[in-house]
Design a protein around this ligand. Sequence first.
Ligand code: SAM
Length: 216
Amino acid sequence: MDSSRLEERHVMVKEQLEKRGIRNPWLLQAMLDIPRHVFVPPDDRDKAYEDGPLPIGAGQTISQPYIVASMIELIEPAEAHRVLEVGVGSGYSTAILSRLVKEVYGVEREASLMAQAEKRFKELGIHNVMVRQGDGTLGWEEEATFDSILVTAAAPKIPKPLLRQLKVGGVMIIPVGGRAEQELVRVIKRTEEHFQEKTLYGVRFVPLIGQEGWAS
Ligand code: SAM
C-alpha cells in the first residue's frame, strides 16, 4: 500500500472522520491505509485530503471523505459480506470497502472511469473487487443477492431491481430526491415484501442515470 501522504491521511481521519463520529475501527484503518490522492487527477493531488468532493473527469466527482466513511459505516460491513456498489467512479469508496468485506461488485456507467479505477485496484494489489461497465440501476443480476448495496449517485426513486437483489436482513444506502439535492436513505429488507426505510441526512450527489434512474 502507498504510504506517502500518510500524515495528511492521519489528519483527515482525526479531524474529518473521528471528530464527526465515525467509530468503526476497521473503517478508520482503511481510510488511513488507502491513498485517496491516487484516486484523483494528478493536478488535484494536493487537494486530495481536503474536506470536500473533487472532480474526477466525465463530469463526475469523488465524494467528500466523510460521506464515503459515513455511507460505508451505515451499510454495517462484515468480513463475510458480498457488497454491490453502484457508481464506482474513481474507485475510492470501492477500495475502502474492499478492505472490510469479502467481495465488492461494482457497476459504473462511464467506461473511461471504470478503466482508470480497475488500473488503480491492480496497482494497489486489490483483488476482491469485480467491476463491470453498465447501468447499475439494474444491479448485477448474475451475482445477486447481496448482503448490502451502496449507491453513490442520486436516484429519483429507489430502483426496484436493487430491492430484489438485496438479501433479507440486508441494508441499502442510497441518495434519493431531486437532481440537485437529495436525502440519504437507509433501506433494510425485513422480508421479501417488507422494506423499512429511514431518511438520514441531506446530501448532494451527481445523478444516477439509467433505466430505473434519471433519463439523462
Ligand atoms: N464512489 C465514487 C468514488 O469513490 O469515486 C463516487 C461516485 S460519483 C459521486 C457517482 C458515479 O456514479 C459516477 O461515476 C457516475 O458515472 C456513476 N453512475 C451514474 N449513473 C450510473 C448508473 N446507472 N450505473 C452505474 N454508475 C452510474
